[in-house]
Ligand binder design. Structure first.
Ligand code: NAG
Ligand code: NAG
Ligand code: NAG
Ligand code: NAG
Ligand code: NAG
Ligand code: NAG
Ligand code: NAG
Ligand code: NAG
Ligand code: NAG
Ligand code: NAG
Ligand code: NAG
Ligand code: NAG
Length: 499
């Protein structure tokens, strides 16, 4: 016969009477059900956990967000974006079979939950995007289970330094500490985590310093993200020993020296961003192997020089090329206009000469182009919107001539044209504002003639029209004032009537 204390009817009573030390005798699975209810209570019975209610034994394995092993022990708890709030419940530490815990994007408060040291089987731990704070305990790395492969603490308010003890987590493959308030420098000990594939450190409050040279041993790294980490000194050399690297983002730091040519030999590199640093010198490309690049962003270094490497025009997956606010020169290779994936091209504030690649827009879903403040000549490519997705062209302060292409004006996705201070001629095409999304036309300081088209006057989406210093004629279109326009400037034309 079953022992009376196992009877379901008495279970609640027994639980209430026994101190927690004596519950060890109960089946571990039954324990887990009780712990889940304890977690639910600690979080104030949130609506999202309404489905966690006392019912037949083993039923907890069917509760939402819970998964068990065959013995009925809870192994997975996935409560991401579940809208739970309050301190991290100690009861979670009792779920000693847990291998996978994700409580990301909630309102969990307090300090790092050391109760998790009891969950020694944990492989995956994600506490990101909560309101946890305080220092990470110095022993965190030696107390968490060594089976841990993923530790995600992003988007909290952890302060203090990165504990060197994290290097004890020898199986760690993914470590994400970005978007916290961590200080100090990155400990050299992390170089012992040789299985590491993902290391995210961006947006912390570190002291000015370098990433440790011991990272030379992190040869399995695929994603290294250290935006705004107060990095100083030369471009880190250890990156050359990361042949698996797919994503490298060292933007918003004060790295100096040049971009090493070997960066382009990293065969698997897909995303390379070093914008807003103090890098100088030419973009030198010798042995180029990174044919899978989708994003190149070296903008806002102010002093990068040289030309756009011809090979960039042969990157079949390149969607974004961002080189603005530097000192690049030479012509834009025509091959850039034939890239099959290009969507965004940002080249403003450099010293580019020659013409815009005539085929731009014809071979890819092109959406956005900024080429202001260069020394470009020739005409605006007529196919920018050939694929029907183009939104914005800014090309102020060049020497562009010819007229505003009809096909561009007719583009239904078009939102803005900024063409001030060029040598454009002809009329403003009638088709402008065809898609009803058009917001701004800035084309002062050109040689535009003819009248302001009727289509523009009726364009209810229009917010800015700046056409000073042209040769526009006809009546001032009074009706413009009923479009919802905010900025309107038409000085120094041949318009008749008054505004
Ligand atoms: C228990 O949760 C289930 C859903 O999992 C729900 O259908 C049932 O009504 C709940 N029972 C109580 C007593 O809240
Ligand atoms: C636990 O979650 C992980 C990741 O979602 C999944 O791969 C695994 O199959 C889950 N285990 C169980 C028992 O549901
Ligand atoms: C979580 O915090 C956000 C903003 O701080 C708040 O809007 C939301 O209501 C909170 N949710 C809970 C469950 O407390
Ligand atoms: C760690 O993983 C190994 C291999 O899967 C397993 O045998 C061991 O029990 C795990 N350790 C813990 C504490 O769960
Ligand atoms: C860390 O955060 C805790 C809790 O918010 C605060 O009391 C402490 O002063 C902070 N420490 C530092 C060094 O900022
Ligand atoms: C690197 O990754 C591969 C494949 O995931 C794995 O076989 C190898 O053991 C890893 N190397 C180290 C040093 O962990
Ligand atoms: C890399 O690892 C080797 C062997 O584990 C070790 O001897 C060496 O000091 C490490 N290199 C760095 C730069 O930490
Ligand atoms: C980096 O450049 C910024 C602005 O261009 C400048 O203010 C700063 O002093 C430079 N820092 C270093 C370390 O060169
Ligand atoms: C471009 O992307 C596709 C799809 O992701 C991939 O199959 C192809 O290998 C990539 N090309 C290069 C050169 O890496
Ligand atoms: C850009 O390069 C030119 C030619 O090398 C040089 O004269 C000029 O000073 C540089 N401009 C800046 C802002 O570095
Ligand atoms: C535009 O400028 C180029 C070179 O500056 C010149 O060859 C061409 O004739 C000009 N075209 C027009 C339409 O003015
Ligand atoms: C632009 O649209 C107008 C009608 O609004 C049409 O007459 C003209 O042929 C179109 N031009 C091009 C190049 O698509």
């Amino acid at each position: 016969m079953e022992a009376p204390w196992r009877s379901p009817h008495l279970l609640g009573l027994v639980l209430a009477l026994l101190p927690s030390c004596c519950l060890l005798t109960r089946a571990a699975a039954q324990d887990d059900a009780w712990l889940l209810l304890e977690i639910k209570r600690a979080w104030g019975d949130p609506p999202v956990l309404a489905g966690w209610n006392a019912s037949a034994a083993g039923a907890h394995c069917a509760w939402p967000y819970v998964a068990c092993d065959t013995a009925g022990r809870v192994v997975n708890l996935t409560l991401a974006s579940a809208n739970v709030a309050g301190p991290f419940p100690d009861a979670v530490g009792g779920l000693t079979g847990l291998t996978y815990l994700d409580v990301s994007s909630n309102n969990i408060t307090g300090v790092f939950p050391t109760t998790l040291y009891r969950c020694s089987a944990l492989q995956y731990l994600d506490l990101s995007w909560n309101h946890l704070g305080g220092e990470l305990p110095a022993d965190t790395g030696s107390r968490l289970g060594t089976n841990l492969t993923t530790l995600v603490l992003s988007g909290n308010r952890f302060n203090g330094t990165i504990p060197a003890s994290l290097s004890s987590l020898r199986n760690l493959q993914n470590l994400k500490l970005d978007d916290n308030k961590l200080i100090g420098t990155v400990p050299a000990e992390l170089g012992k985590l040789t299985r590491l594939q993902t290391l995210w450190l961006a947006y912390n409050l570190f002291d000015a310093g370098e990433l440790p040279a011991s990272f030379k041993n992190l040869t399995n790294m695929t994603s290294l993200w250290a935006t705004q980490c107060k990095l100083v000194g030369d471009f880190p050399r250890f990156v050359a020993d990361m042949p698996e690297l797919e994503v490298l983002d060292l933007s918003i730091n004060t790295l100096t020296g040049s971009i090493p040519p070997w960066i382009w030999s990293l065969e698997k590199l897909q995303s390379f961003a070093v914008y807003r640093n103090n890098l100088t010198g030419d973009l030198v490309v010798n042995d180029f192997a990174a044919m899978g690049l989708t994003l190149i962003d070296v903008s806002e270094n102010y002093k990068l020089t040289g030309v756009i490497p011809e090979v960039f025009g042969h990157l079949e997956n390149l969607t974004t090329l961002s080189l603005f606010s530097n000192n690049f020169s030479g012509e834009i290779p025509a091959s850039i206009g034939r890239l099959p994936s290009l969507s965004v091209l940002r080249l403003y504030s450099n010293r580019f000469t020659g013409i815009l690649p005539p085929e731009l827009g014809k071979h890819s879903t092109f959406t956005y182009m900024e080429v202001d403040d260069n020394e470009l000549i020739g005409t605006i490519p007529e196919g920018l919107c050939a694929r029907g997705q183009f939104t914005t062209l800014t090309a102020q302060g060049n020497h562009l001539n010819g007229s505003i292409p009809e096909a561009l004006a007719n583009c239904t996705s078009l939102r803005g044209l900024a063409l001030n201070d060029n040598q454009l001629i002809g009329t403003i095409p009638e088709g402008i504002c065809a898609g009803g999304q058009f917001r701004t036309l800035h084309a002062k300081g050109n040689h535009l003639n003819g009248s302001i088209p009727e289509a523009l006057v009726k364009c209810t989406s229009l917010r800015g029209l700046v056409l000073d210093d042209n040769q526009l004629s006809g009546e001032v279109p009074w009706a413009l004032l009923t479009t919802g326009i905010i900025t309107l400037s038409l000085h120094n034309n041949r318009l008749t009537g008054r505004l």
